[in-house]
Design a protein around this ligand. Structure first.
Ligand SMILES: NC(=O)c1ccc[n+]([C@@H]2O[C@H](COP(=O)([O-])OP(=O)(O)OC[C@H]3O[C@@H](n4cnc5c(N)ncnc54)[C@H](O)[C@@H]3O)[C@@H](O)[C@H]2O)c1
Length: 331
């Protein structure tokens, strides 16, 4: 049914992009990627088409024209992702996540793109004092440079929806967890699981702050659901992606990891590192798209433990397994 639907992933060799590739390919889509692999050039082999990724920046408009002419859908995943990495490289973050992203979104209007999926984040909700879960209409209070850029891009898309020349959806993803060919151990669940696996004491800041989590494969399922959805017009809609059941406080999440792994020590630190605190309502995606997540935290924790067992040394040492440091700085 999806045969011949061409999808271009911008940022397709990242943590989510590599999982998305495999999932969409199995579903029959023709998938390609543009990614300049800012954390180091890794060649994905097993299960990846040889020329799947074009090693270049999405900011290099001249060189990406052909790719854009040859696609039906664009999934925009690229950028410097996460609060710490954008705080560490603010100039580069501005160039890619703000200015460059806006220019790119304006540029692609001249090609015949059926739909763009802009991958945003629930971090946009920032600090909420309310006990109520936040939905797509709630006020956004981004705290970090990373989330501020995401909010600015969302605003740009919504303000210019009649001018851009393509339809889009904005997907606000929960914080991801789970295994990926390009692993990110800077994400809390993944990091805590790895630390405990290697018998390291977990240092936990802001233990009582809440956040929703979602398995990386469920993001792929949600994207497939949207791209194949025909029942009604959902153009320009925003969807939170996740599940109400996966809203956890950081400490409750850590205790769950310890229960699943049967071991683990932690120390609560008082100086706050990350004030984000929000519980999210996912009823819209459930109601409109009939989307339910399939993989819970326990599944993800066990999956990470299994991959750590198979690749002990690689996982312990590789800086590439997280958004810690930019290797490739050139445009
Ligand atoms: N991982 C999460 O928890 C999470 C949560 C919410 C939203 N998101 C969103 O999902 C998307 C993907 O996140 P991820 O976790 O896979 O991050 P990631 O860092 O693993 O992937 C981003 C990719 O973008 C690429 N990139 C950066 N600058 C580029 C440029 N100029 N040209 C081409 N490629 C470039 C990087 O090389 C990287 O492979 C992001 O938009 C992120 O904001 C992620």
């Amino acid at each position: 049914m999806n045969k011949n639907k061409k999808i271009l992933l911008i940022g397709g060799t990242g943590y989510i992009g590599t999982v998305l590739y495999t999932y969409l390919k199995k579903k029959g889509y023709v998938v390609s990627s543009i990614d300049n692999q800012v954390y180091g050039k890794k060649v994905f082999s097993k299960g990846f088409k040889k020329n799947y990724n074009k090693y270049k920046s999405f900011l290099n408009f001249k060189s990406i024209e052909k790719d854009l002419r040859n696609t039906d859908y664009v999934v925009f995943l690229a950028g410097l992702v996460g609060d710490p990495i954008t705080a560490k490289y603010p100039v580069m973050s501005n160039l890619i996540n703000d200015k460059g992203s806006i220019e790119f979104l304006n540029f692609i209007g001249r090609f015949k793109i059926k739909k763009l999926l802009y991958i945003s984040t629930c971090s946009n909700y920032g600090l909420s004092r309310s006990k109520k879960k936040l939905n797509e209409k709630s006020i956004l209070r981004p705290l970090s440079l990373y989330a501020k850029s995401k909010v600015d891009i969302e605003k740009h898309l919504l303000k210019n929806k009649k001018k851009l020349g393509y339809s889009f959806n904005i997907l606000r993803f929960s914080t991801a967890f789970g295994s990926s060919p390009r692993m990110r151990y800077d994400l809390t669940i993944n990091q805590f699981t790895r630390d405990i696996f290697f018998n390291k004491k977990v240092l936990i800041y802001d233990p009582d702050t809440w956040r929703p989590y979602c398995h990386v494969l469920d993001f792929a399922r949600a994207i497939d659901k949207i791209l194949s959805f025909k029942k009604r017009n959902i153009d320009f809609e925003i969807f939170n992606v996740g599940n109400d059941k996966n809203n956890y406080s950081k400490l409750a999440m850590l205790k769950l990891i310890i229960r699943v792994m049967g071991k683990g020590n932690y120390k609560i630190l008082n100086d706050s590192k990350d004030k984000r605190n929000y519980k999210v309502d996912f009823s819209k995606i459930k109601k409109i798209l009939n989307f339910n997540t399939k993989y819970d935290l326990k599944y993800g924790i066990k999956e990470i433990v299994n991959s750590l067992k198979k690749n002990k040394t690689t996982f312990k040492k590789t800086a590439y397994m997280g958004n810690y440091e930019v290797i490739r700085k050139k445009k």
